[in-house]
Write a protein that binds this ligand. Structure first.
Ligand code: GDP
Length: 363
């Protein structure tokens, strides 16, 4: 399962947001009886309205959304790369995630101490990013030292050292590896290093409930900053999300309506993270269940089938496929078949976002 780590300075609202994520996950626990949740790891469902629609068409007994994991990486402070706080341990935690959700404080509240003295999100972002860059610099230096000898008579090692030197210059200049726009081949060379400033990132701007509908000046500053990095920004309100946990469905609706929003930002954060990871969803539907499955962009039908069961890749015969839109329009696979909208795809078919599939599997 893919994993996103929530980072940010202390007191920006990470734990509040994380607790809301976990509370949502717990509400789902009935669907996932075997998932244990570690204290700082929450497994969350990816919201997808299509599941509800399909389950009605199929009279499904249940809906099973797809999931991603969020990890609360608390304790990242200025000086972490030098071992301040519990620095190294947290940096090691970040190394294991596929994407970073960087939470920044865009709310004012005199009662809540800001570790750097004032609300200034771009400065905050730069403090954390610098720690990641310094940790990378350390890692790159160690790798160069290790590979240098070997590079004398090994072409691959030579190419690696050359690339690492290029990366070193950028890091030394205070820029993230992400900003370099490395090619696929280059990414492959440095993959095993798990460089922190190379991970895809979303900035989650935590605003007060009054600013949830409109954003505020601080959010705009973050947007400007993120544009240069080609990073995404979502507006969330950790406080609103934490208040929603206690409310009934009816109360939630009224509360959100009064704020002029449809949600507290949690859902769009989950969706944005899913997109950031380059993930795609295909769907299966029947009387037993309607379910979403996660694949990566470009995956072919047999590999997509293996997400359901590893055996399915070898035993794959055909994928009976229809787009979600076509199925909703025709309302049944039977009607779709008559119109020629239900396709039988072979092993080279690249599964598309929103495909509704029934795999034919051999014995
Ligand atoms: P963390 O250190 O980043 O995990 O921050 P916490 O989630 O522990 O939040 C620190 C404090 O800020 C807590 O007292 C929260 O209740 C408060 N807080 C979190 N989000 C908001 C918010 O959106 N508005 C306000 N006013 N307070 C918040």
């Amino acid at each position: 399962m893919l994993r996103a780590g929530i980072v940010g300075l202390p007191n920006v609202g990470k734990s509040t947001m994380f607790n809301a994520l976990v509370a949502n996950a717990k509400a789902d626990a009935a669907n996932f009886p075997f998932c244990t949740i570690e204290p700082n790891v929450g497994v969350v469902s990816v919201p997808d309205n299509r599941l509800e629609v399909l389950s009605r068409l199929s009279n499904s007994q249940k809906i099973v959304p797809t999931r991603i994991e969020f990890v609360d990486i608390a304790g990242l402070v200025k000086g972490a790369s030098k071992g301040e706080g519990l620095g190294n341990k947290f940096l090691a935690n970040i190394r294991e995630v596929d994407a970073i959700v960087h939470m920044v404080r865009c709310f004012d509240d005199d009662d809540i101490i800001h570790v750097a003295g004032s609300v200034e999100p771009v400065r905050d972002i730069e403090i954390i990013n610098l720690e990641l860059i310094l940790a990378d610099l350390d890692q790159v230096d160690r790798r160069i030292a290790k590979q240098r000898k070997q590079a004398k008579n090994d072409k691959n090692a030579q190419a690696e050292v050359e690339l690492l030197n290029k990366i070193r210059t950028v890091l030394d200049d205070g820029q993230s590896v992400r900003s370099m726009g490395l090619s696929e081949d280059e990414q492959l060379i440095i993959k095993s290093l798990g460089l922190l400033s190379n991970k895809p990132i979303i900035y989650a701007t935590n605003v007060s409930e009054d600013d949830l509908a409109t954003g505020n000046e601080w959010v705009e500053e973050v947007r400007k900053f993120a544009q240069d990095e080609d990073a995404k920004v979502v507006i969330v309100s950790a406080q609103v999300e934490s208040e929603l946990i206690e409310l009934s469905e009816e109360e939630t609706k009224d509360f959100l309506e009064a704020l002029g929003v449809e949600e507290g930002g949690l859902k769009s954060l989950i969706r944005a993270t899913y997109d950031l990871l380059g993930l795609r969803t295909y769907l299966t539907t029947g009387e037993t269940e309607t379910r979403a499955w996660t694949i990566t962009a470009g995956m072919k039908a047999p590999q997509a089938a293996a997400v359901i069961h590893t055996d399915f890749e070898k035993k794959f015969i055909k994928a009976e496929t229809i787009s979600y839109e076509d199925l909703v329009e025709t309302r049944s696979k039977g009607a779709a078949r008559e119109k020629g909208l239900l396709r039988l795809e072979g092993k080279d078919y690249v599964v598309q976002e929103g495909d509704v599939i029934e795999f034919r599997i051999g014995g």
